[in-house]
Design a binder for this molecule. Structure first.
Ligand code: URA
Length: 435
């Protein structure tokens, strides 16, 4: 088999066989196929697309290019959750303990990631002493003992995707539906869960700006999961403004804790209940969506979800007292209010720009090596649809550096679009596929 022939076939609109896709993925992972040939194939796929069958083959080849995590030592149906990412997306921090408190084992490998804030792993490190570098054996032991463990990715999961994603990033071939779907699902399949719940975001703060694209991506991923024999459900949710009010690592941890106490923002709580009920159904801990939601609300009401978070934090070496006393979490040295300059209603906000404010303050990573300031971020005081008067506080900037705070404040103000009309409401949950 020759890589040249594979490129030529796809360039001419042909359908690649399983063997051809495996040949490419294995050869590229081993360094036997050069970047220039892999780039040419990615571009040919970008323009000519792939069938569902080809996408499934690419996913399997990438998933099996490294370690496949064996979670069979954990009893029960393991359900993983993945979000395509957005601003203020702290879902795993609240959802994990909620679902675990309902009896679904949560065994999650998470990334640090580049972006506006750190990833789940960074956010968890807001708990003093929290250890995210567990061995796989300790990880499995914790899930069996506590019901939940979240660790940084240490196993060599889907190395083919790691290499290909880096290549796509610099060759303008990221935004192809089949390539995104196979990239995400290869990592999920390698991570070993029996069922997968996907939160596919749509809107100005998401990868998929339109609902149509989000649906297509969700459908593609559900199909990949089905072909791989993993029960896969996708929820399409709105990301046209930040989720909840807090954006920034420790600030998001505080909001997740408030949510587990029953005082969370309406949109964030609704998303946790929707994703959580999908996870309970997949984990066979409820028979209907209504029963699942009732169980999730009950573990918030009786405090067991909050207790689960504290137990989880302590089992990983963190200070569980911070769950009950959030003054033990990192805090910025000052806050700066962002004031409205006109009367009206918040029409919308440039969601990505709010994320950039967090980045400016030091809350995210611009390169893999950057350090994250866990204490900084933005807490919105107004969201789309809210009435504002000139001088009202739109957001509070939490900062440690006055120059960065000024820059973030200007950017935050211009992210708010204020107008005279009452804007239409964008529904948070658009649809659920594969349930
Ligand atoms: N996230 C991924 O993991 N892969 C992609 O291709 C895009 C987003």
């Amino acid at each position: 088999m020759r890589m040249y022939d594979i490129i030529l076939k796809k360039r001419n609109g042909g359908r690649l066989s399983d063997e051809e896709i495996r040949f490419f993925v294995q050869g590229y992972t081993k360094g036997e196929i050069p970047d220039y040939q892999a780039s040419a194939l990615m571009m040919a796929i970008y323009f000519n697309g792939m069938t569902s069958g080809e996408t499934a083959s690419l996913t399997t080849a990438m998933a099996t290019s490294g370690d496949m995590l064996d979670l069979s030592g954990i009893s029960g149906i393991k359900v993983d959750k993945h979000s395509t990412g957005g601003v203020g997306d702290k879902t795993s921090l609240a959802l994990g303990p909620m679902v675990a408190a309902c009896g679904v084992p949560v065994a999650k490998m998470s990334g640090r990631g580049l972006g506006h804030t750190g990833g789940t792993i960074d956010k968890l490190e807001s708990f003093p002493g929290f250890n995210t570098s567990l061995t796989v054996d300790k990880f499995i032991e914790n899930v069996n003992r506590v019901g939940i463990a979240i660790m940084g990715q240490t196993a060599d999961l889907a190395p083919a995707d790691k290499k290909l994603y880096a290549l796509r990033d610099v060759t303008a071939t990221v935004d192809n539906m089949s390539l995104i779907a196979s990239s995400i699902m290869s990592k999920k399949l390698a991570a070993g869960a029996d069922a997968i719940v996907l939160d596919v975001k749509t809107g100005s703060g998401a990868f998929m700006k339109t609902e149509e694209d989000a649906r297509a991506l969700a459908a593609e991923m559900v199909e990949i999961g089905r072909r791989a024999g993993r029960n896969t459900i996708a929820v399409i949710s709105d990301m046209d403004q930040p989720l909840g009010y807090a954006v920034g690592n420790a600030l998001e941890v505080k909001e997740a804790i408030e949510t587990l106490k029953g005082n969370g923002p309406e949109d964030f709580t609704r998303l946790c209940l929707t994703l959580g009920s999908c996870m309970l159904l997949a984990g066979e801990k409820a028979r209907t969506r209504e029963e699942a939601e009732e169980k999730l609300k009950a573990v918030i009401r009786d405090g067991s979800a909050l207790k689960k978070l504290a137990g989880f934090v302590e089992a990983q070496g963190g200070d569980g007292r911070a769950v009950y006393d959030t003054s033990l979490l990192p805090a910025a040295s000052f806050t700066l209010p962002v004031k409205a300059s006109e009367d009206g209603y918040v029409q919308r906000m440039a969601c990505d720009e709010i994320g950039v404010c967090s980045l400016i303050l030091g809350g995210g990573r611009e390169t893999k090596e950057s350090a994250v300031d866990l204490s900084v971020g933005i807490v919105l005081q107004k969201k789309a649809g809210d009435r504002v008067s000139r001088g009202d506080t739109l957001a509070l900037i939490h900062a440690n550096d006055s120059q960065k705070a000024q820059e973030a404040s200007k950017r935050c103000l211009s992210a708010f679009v204020i107008g005279k009309e009452i804007p239409g409401k964008r529904p948070l949950i658009r649809t659920v596929l594969g349930a």
